[in-house]
Design a protein. Structure first.
Length: 116
């Protein structure tokens, strides 16, 4: 989960890795001796993203309400994969909000950070 979505948060290249994802894409992760796997999803204020299985490039899975492809691409430091017109991200159900509020953020710390 990323709290911001801008070119600083999503650069084309980084100088330091504290948790390697797919590195240069393709098989570069396993080529460097890391186990299979890597990130599955990225959540940002703009939407939900996954990774194309072969190239491992980040791809738009859905956009949050009111967000455009142009807006998200302008704020991303690399070319995103876009398959057709992405759907709008589903809003959480009342049950999901209850779980988030009572079990994930039971003290309200995350909600307070968002307001700041």
């Amino acid at each position: 989960m990323m709290a911001r979505h801008d070119r600083g948060s999503f650069p084309e290249r980084v100088d330091f890795l504290n948790g390697p994802g797919f590195l240069d894409g393709g098989t570069s992760r396993t080529d460097r001796g890391l186990p299979e796997g890597g990130p599955k999803l990225v959540l940002s204020p703009f939407g939900v993203f996954d990774f194309e299985p072969v190239s491992k490039r980040m791809r738009v899975r859905s956009l949050n309400p009111g967000v455009t492809i142009e807006q998200v691409q302008k704020q991303t430091g690399f070319e995103l994969l876009i398959d057709g017109t992405p759907p709008v991200t589903s809003m959480p159900t009342a049950e999901e909000l209850q779980i988030l509020r009572e079990h994930v953020d039971s003290t309200g710390v995350l909600r307070e950070r968002r307001r700041a």
